[in-house]
Ligand binder design. Structure first.
Ligand SMILES: [Zn+2]
Length: 268
């Protein structure tokens, strides 16, 4: 029997222990191998495929992650809904460390990353006005609130190129625009999911205040890692509960993202 999964999780390596009856699958894609072998298992009654975004040994920095291979691999396993937990910096003093932000908007400040599957064989323009799955967002926000997270059920995620953090001026500029949080991996992950008609939901854990918000010298890598490590168990529980609360049948618009568009190849 071919291994299949309904729900995909792309996150830190702390999520391995989520899966029961786990099986490791080595997958090839037209875009090369994904970040690592894909682990497929169960969470409750749901079948789940997990990819450690940076690789098991954290070998891929944000700008080197094989984003296209990761989403393609998930879709080829049958995945249609993707949860994407990540660590972010906050642009708002009221979203302090420990806040769970479920963004509804995204600003792309990356550069030089391949952000489409459709770069040969004719243009394919997908709608990206609302980059996230409305039903995935509602499920994640309800679950976070029910498990006592300080939850923001909307917000704008600015995705920067990295690997450096923002300057104080950049951070102040983002905040002045009313944007909420800053990360390095949310794009092109979100658009590639949309280009494959997948539901995509970001679960953003605030680990620090960004440079423009903080009075001190700005964020350090060690601070981020330490805070994330302290929260990994809690984050794992949230992802697990969200997976089990996701709808079995999709009624959101994500699955129709490619309707009426002429694709240069068949999707897996
Ligand atoms: Zn959806």
């Amino acid at each position: 029997m071919v291994t299949r999964a309904d729900i995909g999780v792309i996150g830190g390596s702390g999520f391995y222990s989520l899966l029961d009856d786990a099986e490791e699958i080595e997958l090839a894609t037209p875009y090369g191998p994904p970040s690592d072998v894909v682990t497929v298992g169960r969470i409750g009654s749901r079948s789940v495929a997990f990819i450690p975004r940076h690789g098991r040994d954290h070998r891929f920095p944000p700008h080197r992650i094989p984003y296209r291979a990761n989403l393609w691999a998930l879709r080829s396993l049958g995945v249609r809904q993707v949860l994407a937990p990540s660590a972010v910096g906050s642009l708002r003093a009221d979203y302090g460390p420990g806040t769970m932000v479920i963004p509804d908007q995204l600003v792309d400040r990356t550069s030089g990353r391949v952000q489409t599957y459709y770069d040969t064989g004719g243009a394919v323009h997908v709608s990206f006005a609302d980059p996230y799955c409305p039903s995935g967002r509602a499920t994640a926000a309800d679950t976070a609130r029910a498990t006592d997270w300080h939850t923001a059920d909307a917000g704008t995620l600015v995705v920067i190129e990295g690997p450096r953090f923002s300057t104080r001026a950049e951070s102040q500029w983002f905040a002045a625009n009313g944007w909420s949080i800053v990360g390095m991996t949310g794009f092109p992950e979100a658009i590639l999911a949309r280009e494959l008609a997948l539901c995509y939901t970001s679960l953003c854990l605030v680990t620090d205040l960004d440079a423009g918000v903080e009075a001190g010298q700005g964020v350090t890598h060690d601070e981020v890692l330490e805070f994330f490590a302290q929260n990994v168990t809690r984050m794992r529980s949230l992802v697990s509960a969200t997976v089990q609360a996701l709808p079995e049948e999709r009624t959101c618009p994500c699955g129709s993202a490619l309707d009426g568009l002429k694709l240069p190849f068949d999707l897996p």
